[in-house]
Design a protein around this ligand. Structure first.
Ligand code: SF4
Ligand code: SF4
Length: 207
């Protein structure tokens, strides 16, 4: 029947409107800001930078590869790569961002930066109370404002953060196993080289 969908929708709205006077479940709004609806795990607002450990500067996962900066459709990420290096999560020396800004007045929350990051360094935040009277500087978030701990990531996106931790732990174990195998091979080679001259010496010592 023509308009059947519209009628069904109106009936549902009327049911919720009348029901909301008797049942809290039918209320679709709350008295914000005194009351807040808990955010669902997949909600996303703007990106943040994940760090491990206590020190945000030492623990930033970002290696300033600038892939996210290149791929961001509205070009609202600004990165400057450090001159020096610091160890990453597997101990490999890597550059870090001496500057990492995101202009959240331009960001469209598309999550492409998150998808392209090979280092699990940038994730989507659920924080939305970012209003400011400073249209320019107030909405240009620097690396200190963007840095949030892995514990925070676990609090807002527990399932995703656990998957990321498992993936990083697996990669770390692989790197450590490879380094151990290389060290064992080097030690075996050195031992074989040390044994050779002794084996080559004639019996009886004879000059
Ligand atoms: S969410 Fe999208 S628009 Fe925002 S910084 Fe990331 S890539 Fe750019
Ligand atoms: S957030 Fe990821 S993709 Fe962006 S610069 Fe850092 S490591 Fe590279």
């Amino acid at each position: 029947m023509l308009g059947e969908g519209i009628l069904k929708g109106l009936a549902e709205t009327a049911k919720n409107f009348a029901g909301s006077y008797f049942s809290k479940e039918r209320l679709t709004t709350v008295q914000y800001p005194e009351e807040r609806i808990p955010q669902i795990e997949n909600s996303r607002v703007f990106p943040f930078l994940v760090y491990d450990g206590e020190d945000w500067q030492a623990g930033l996962r970002c290696v300033a590869c600038q892939i996210c900066e290149k791929e961001c459709p509205p070009k609202c990420i600004y990165i400057e790569k450090s001159e020096d290096k610091k160890p990453d999560y597997v101990g490999k020396p890597q550059h870090y961002p001496s500057r990492f800004d995101i202009d959240v007045s331009v960001c469209m929350s598309c999550q492409i930066c998150v998808e392209v990051c090979p280092f699990e360094a940038i994730k989507m935040d659920t924080e939305f109370e970012l209003a400011t009277t400073d249209r320019f500087g107030g909405l240009l978030h620097d690396r200190k404002q963007l840095a949030k701990s892995n514990e925070y990531y676990h609090r807002i996106h527990p399932t995703e953060a656990a998957e990321v931790d498992a993936r990083l732990a697996e990669e770390k174990a692989k790197v450590e196993a490879k380094a151990k195998a290389a060290a064992e091979a080097a030690a075996a080679k050195a031992a074989a080289a040390a044994a050779k001259p002794a084996a080559a010496k004639p019996a009886g010592g004879g000059e």
